[in-house]
Design a protein around this ligand. Structure first.
Ligand code: ADP
Ligand code: MG
Length: 656
């Protein structure tokens, strides 16, 4: 005996009143039988068929298949049984709308992990008379043709039993006859058929007729009109062997299929998919563009620092407010030219010294005017800070001593006031005072977001007494004789300043001495802070993007409930459904990420081409953000995918 049901009962408790769908069913089915289950609507026919087809479980009773108790098997093992032994044909056909007849037919083979699936699918389609409809989609086929595709799908993995639930319920009389003849042929070639129907006409095709009423079998008789024997292979199968062959992970064919299907799903819903990718897209683009900006700024700062040399010290006054508290009057160190002179007296340690002050001012030439920064510098500044002009000349010591009104312009200022004309020898007004231009400073570029060429250099003395109206310096630049003497120079200068300005030795905020390696460290720590900030922005936008994806995946799972039910019916396990939806969400975030990379690289390119900021797109940032977008796909796809995989196949198939 192939199947033996004893005292099978099933009660649905989902509604207010429990429904006893099956009551104490006893039934034996032999290989090669053709059974029609009949009875009024609601009598339990479908429920019985689902249990027979391993789609549902009874509440009590025993189901023995070739002597193995099916009720004891796990969900995964039942899925393997459905895939290997059962073929389902439903009243509603349940074909996947997006794919061709051939692809619909090969679905069970994908879950079975078989090879040459296309050939097998095509040969079954030919068998049901659809040789020239293989590439058609369900909506390009008639009802009868769709049901024939469903039959081909049910047959493709060579099952032993075909379960058909009202297979002709949605068909016209002519298609009905075609379908029934196919089913009859199948039985003649040895397939066992269990068919639910409520039409006597259809039941006549069967060899055995079971009538149900209120969950019970009320009659079970042979059909005297159809006694043809089937070519049965009555060997008993080892059910346990079948269920143990199941593989735990998904195979390559299945993986490729899921990727293909998800691309198709995305393409058939282009706008919706695109909108849900936007979060990821902008997140990734922002990360790429901002990292490129950060890297570019870092590179140009480093470039600038290199030209400065490593022997540099800068002595700077402390700020008037420290930790938010105003300092007492007089405790802010104010450097004067006497300090410059005092430092330059360390002749064995120090090479050059320059006072420095910076303010802002308006420069005017004829009708053009421009607000820029005014830097007052000493004679040595030109050599120390690589500012000696190539067009024109640097200040002389005399000009600086005599507070003369001569100026050297940065490139940006030249461009604003003179366009491409040579400004040397002309006269401009700086804060309403006439200055003669003696040179154009070499190009220094950007550092951070400051344009070092948007500046005017004038003698520090002129700046102090005539232009900026301040009687103290902002800082003093010192160049030590060699890198070896820099530490000693730093200590000596510090002690000297403390003594000269009568500072308390423990007052660390009164002034600062920085050397270039410290400045470099400071800059790198600034870039670190910036990277951290960028990381936060990236994390937030990826989070938001991920939630968008999760939302759309949940919608997709709901929309495709019946598809999930169908896939489970033909043998997809939880893992298969889970992988399908995870792959779909990853494909979505990954393509969003790729578009984001393109947008980000484009934005970085535009920033440097049109705004003039230095940018540097790093390969690392591209890898990083694509990896992240994949991770977001997995992370946020997990819940929808799990939800899909947990669906009950029967419930899912009934979903409207
Ligand atoms: P048939 O196929 O003979 O029309 P079914 O087997 O589908 O009958 O259903 C038998 C009874 O169980 C019906 O009363 C139906 O309303 C009920 N039923 C079927 N499925 C469910 C379900 N998932 N939840 C609650 N009740 C159900
Ligand atoms: Mg039914």
């Amino acid at each position: 005996m192939m199947i033996r049901l004893s005292s099978i009962s099933k009660t649905y408790r989902t509604g207010k009143v429990p429904v006893r769908a099956l009551v104490d069913i006893n039934l034996e089915i032999d290989a090669g039988e053709f059974i029609a289950i009949m009875g009024p609507s609601g009598s339990g026919k479908s429920t019985l068929m689902h249990i027979l087809g391993f789609l549902g479980r009874p509440d009590s009773g025993s189901y023995s298949l070739f002597g193995t108790e099916v009720s004891d098997l796990s969900d995964e093992e039942l899925a393997a049984l459905r895939n290997a032994l059962a073929g389902f044909v439903f009243q509603q056909f349940h074909l996947l709308g997006r794919v061709s007849a051939a692809e619909n037919t090969e679905l069970p083979l994908i879950y079975a992990g078989k090879k040459d699936i296309r050939e097998k699918a095509c040969s079954k389609l030919e068998k049901v008379g659809l040789a020239n409809r293989k590439k058609h989609r369900p909506n390009e086929l008639s009802g009868g043709e769709q049901q024939r595709v469903a039959i081909a799908r049910a047959l493709v993995n060579e099952p032993m039993i075909i379960y058909a639930d009202e297979p002709t319920g949605n068909l016209d009389t002519k298609s009905e006859e075609e379908i029934m003849n196919i089913i009859k042929e199948l039985n003649r070639h040895g397939k066992t058929i269990v068919m639910v129907t409520h039409e006597e006409e259809i039941a006549k095709y069967a060899k055995r007729k079971i009538v149900m009423r209120d969950g019970r079998i009320v009659s079970d008789e042979r059909n005297p009109e159809n006694t043809s024997a089937a070519a049965v292979n009555s060997e008993a199968l080892s059910v346990l062997n079948i269920v143990r062959q199941k593989h735990s992970s998904i195979g390559q064919v299945e993986f490729a299929e899921h990727v293909r299907q998800s691309i198709r799903a995305i393409l058939s819903n282009k706008i919706r998919a695109f909108l849900s990718m936007l979060g990821i897209l902008f997140g990734v683009a922002a990360v790429i563009a901002m990292l490129a900006l950060g890297e570019g700024a870092k590179a140009s700062i480093e470039e600038n620092l290199k030209t400065l040399g490593s022997n540099m010290l800068s002595v700077r006054a402390g700020s008037a407010r420290v930790h938010g508290v105003s300092r007492e009057a007089g405790s802010v160190t104010r450097f004067t030219f006497d300090d410059v002179a005092a430092i330059s007296r360390f002749t064995d340690l120090v090479d050059s010294v320059s006072g420095y002050m910076r303010g802002s001012g308006q420069v005017v030439y004829k009708n053009e005017n421009w607000n820029t920064s005014i830097e007052g510098v000493g004679f040595d500044y030109g050599k120390m800070r690589a500012t000696i002009p190539q067009i024109g000349r640097w200040f002389t010591r005399e000009e600086i001593a005599r507070r003369e009104k001569v100026a050297i312009l940065g490139g940006t200022v030249v461009e604003k006031l003179f366009g491409d004309k040579n400004p040397v020898g002309r006269t401009i007004k700086i804060n309403r005072i006439y200055f003669k231009i003696i040179g154009v400073a070499p190009e220094k570029g950007f550092g951070g977001h400051r344009d070092f060429d948007d500046t005017v250099y004038i003698p520090v003395t002129t700046a102090m007494y005539r232009v900026l109206g301040r009687d103290y310096l902002d800082s003093i630049f010192v160049e030590a004789k060699s890198p070896q003497t820099i530490d000693e120079a730093q200590t000596k200068i510090k002690d000297m300043i403390i003594k000269r300005h009568r500072l308390r030795a423990d007052d660390e905020d009164a002034f600062y001495i920085r050397n270039m390696s410290e400045i470099q460290e400071m800059l790198t720590s600034t870039t670190k802070t910036m990277s951290l900030l960028l990381g936060c922005i990236a994390a937030i936008s990826l989070l938001v993007g991920g939630i968008g994806i999760m939302n759309i995946m949940l919608v997709s799972v709901t929309e495709r409930t019946r598809e999930i039910g169908l896939r489970k019916a033909i043998g997809a396990r939880k893992t298969d459904i889970m992988s399908q939806f995870l792959i779909e969400s990853v494909v979505m975030t990954f393509s969003g990420g790729l578009m984001g990379v393109m947008l980000g690289v484009g934005a970085a390119f535009m920033l440097s081409a049109f705004v003039g900021w230095t940018t540097k797109v790093s390969f690392f940032s591209i890898i990083l953000s694509t990896t992240f977008s994949i991770a977001v796909g997995i992370g946020f796809g997990l819940w929808p995918a799990r939800k899909a995989s947990m669906l009950d196949p029967i419930e899912a198939l009934r979903y409207e």
